[in-house]
Design a binder for this molecule. Structure first.
Ligand code: SF4
Length: 255
């Protein structure tokens, strides 16, 4: 066992994996973020895996669905998310990392059924991510991000993906998904639910509609979003009460 010190936090791990300091944070400091942990999700789509919810302040205002269209802003998830964002529910980042580190090896878990990665003015928080990536050593964590794909963020996402915590680039068009793949990132894309979904993107990448939207399966069984090295784009058909708005927003996304 070795001990790793990241800022003021100490982690014990049986691996030598570190989130090294090649990436220099542009902004100093760390975002204090509230995260709720559901150890065993009751969600029919994810299946019984651990899932988390990060407070709303983690979302970038640049997200195309920030004001309208976010599926997490309606239904029971919206109520839960509000309570996490107000501080009524959840733990801090250390609590999240302690939980992740305690998971069994190879455990699949989804970070952020709502919310995004901690950031400072749109730049993903290097220190927090370093802590989480090391805590995830040996586990199969995955998530999605709408943060802008600037060099700072791409460097952190790439490094995280290489080290076992998969971060998908969330996009609203197949062109944007192609661009994310060209940056070396796994990509997902929201698509209209009232048009056929192409089998390939404009740049020739295979497009796979989320299997849980077309047949009786769960993320616990599918695991596709946790595969960082895939080259196919996972397409999510607009769903939920905002589907009509999302359809209008992404109506040209398949061109
Ligand atoms: S593609 Fe698979 S892992 Fe990704 S959301 Fe759909 S069912 Fe879950």
């Amino acid at each position: 066992m070795i001990s790793l010190t990241l800022n003021t936090m100490t982690l014990c791990t049986s691996s030598t994996v570190t989130f090294d300091s090649l990436i220099q944070p542009f902004h100093s400091g760390t975002m204090k973020i509230r995260v709720h942990i559901t150890p065993k999700s009751g969600n029919d789509k994810t299946g019984p895996i651990p899932v988390t919810t990060s407070e709303r302040a983690s979302c970038p205002t640049t997200c195309g669905l920030y004001d309208k269209g976010c599926y997490a802003k309606s239904g029971p998830l919206a109520l839960h998310w509000r309570k996490v964002s107000s501080g009524e529910r959840g733990t801090d980042w250390q609590g999240l990392c302690d939980f992740v580190q305690s998971l069994p090896d190879r455990q699949l878990w989804r970070h952020n059924q709502a919310g995004d990665l901690p950031h400072l003015f749109g730049d993903i928080d290097h220190s927090n991510m370093a802590h989480l990536v090391v805590a995830n050593t040996g586990k199969r964590g995955y998530t999605y991000t709408h943060h802008v794909l600037n060099k700072h963020n791409v460097d952190i996402i790439q490094r995280s993906n290489r080290q076992g915590f998969t971060i998908n680039a969330s996009t609203e068009s197949l062109d944007a998904a192609d661009a994310a793949i060209e940056k070396g990132l796994p990509a997902v894309c929201v698509v209209p639910n009232n048009k056929p979904v192409p089998k390939v993107s404009p740049k020739g990448h295979k497009v796979v509609v989320c299997p849980a939207q077309v047949r009786n399966t769960t993320c616990a069984e599918c695991k596709l979003c946790s595969v960082a090295k895939r080259t196919c784009i996972v397409a999510f058909k607009a769903h939920g009460s905002a589907a009509k708005h999302v359809n209008a927003l992404v109506s040209d996304s398949l061109n």
